[in-house]
Write a protein that binds this ligand. Sequence first.
Ligand code: PLP
Length: 482
Amino acid sequence: MELIYEKSKPGRRAAVLPRRTVPAATIPSELRRSAPPRLAEVAEPDLVRHFTELSTRNFGIDTGFYPLGSCTMKHNPRANERAVEVPGFRDLHPHQDADAAQGALELMWRLQEILAEVTGLDAVSLQPAAGSQGELTGLLLMRAYFEDRGEHRSEVIIPDTAHGTNPASVTMAGLELVDVATDERGNVALDDLRAKVSEHTAGLMLTNPSTLGLFDEGIVAITDTIHEAGGLCYYDGANLNAVCGISRPGDMGFDVVHINLHKTFSQPHGGGGPGGGPIAVRGFLEPFLPIPAVTRDGDRFDLDAHRPLSIGKVRGFAGPFGVFIRSYAYIRRYGPRLREMSEAAVLNANYLLKHLREAYDVPYDRICMHEFVVSAQSLKRNHGITALDVAKRLMDYGFHPPTIYFPLVVAEALMIEPTETEAKETLDAFVQAMLAIAEEAREQPDQLHEAPRSQPVGRLDEVKAVREPVLRYLFEGHPRRE
Ligand SMILES: *Cc1c(COP(=O)(O)O)cnc(C)c1O
């Protein structure tokens, strides 16, 4: 397929801009272009066809089942989009005075209250724009808290099953990483944890349910251990889809939680944006939260920037507002029955696990939460078929592959998360495909190494792609034709 730049013909246009009514001189010269931007020049039909064709080569939650573990690729209800399109929300300027944005502030305040309730904590900031930014914000809060108390604590304990963003956030926050092992049931190894805490411990970062899809059986002993050492407990709530309305991080003993609005609360994601990673904290951490805070006084809502202990601003304006509307609309449609969302997610995952165990190894054999990890280790040993082969072949069956080779503690890992929005027929079709692939591994393993065969591109040479990246179009653009 040609690039849009290769389809470019000088003078072709898909749109004509209105004549300028502002004299050019009113715009400072350093803000004006000296040459037109190097954009492709194409007529509207060609433009539409180009991007429509591109879109058909992509895979999304609207095209098929997308069981990407840890990513919670659930259906995005269209009712949310109607809420976002309400003119009072859609046309609001981010610099609008609070007086003329009362509805928007009220929505944010209500969302904060709901997230406080769901997490069992006291105060919320909606500002962080992703889970990973929530992590960084939470860690900066913990640092600010200890600095305010005159305590020098710099170590953050993280299990070896953690999502890669956890250790990255610790390093970015200027803190030090301490690893804790996972025991044979998939829980944090308590002996190891006890050996690692000290007067240097700033806290623990834990994903629960873990990336193995398991609810930690020692959760209260874990948070007690950290608190007894004077540290704080951070809950990576990216997996909150498993526990909403059932159990709450605050009740488990956690002090800071981030929530992924683009996972649990249905903001569309997968193309890199926009996301939402609010954090919820215990009351004693509230003074450190980012500014401005959304506050309520009687019937009036406001943005409060006067918080002397605040870590400052972590995002432009008040945060990703469109994401808040979608998440709020989604949560309100469940209302007090929000737990049904999590119950169905857990049921779907266990249904898949029960069927897949016929053909795949189950490294931690327990009831799972919203996701689970199986392994292709036996297929590899007996037939030379790896998790990568299975994932690539799934594309030929019309499914997005699950997450593979993560978490790192499981060899040949396939991490599967069906979400609650899939029907039994879809789950059954996925089981059939997974079992058929295991059968193919026994019967015709060579063919599997060549999958996928039905896609616009076949098996990519990933090592070469990393070693010899071709980024010409990204960095240089296409030469403008005169
Ligand atoms: C997705 C995820 C994150 C990071 O969230 P982003 O919004 O992608 O930055 C962190 N931890 C876990 C367990 C996750 O699944």
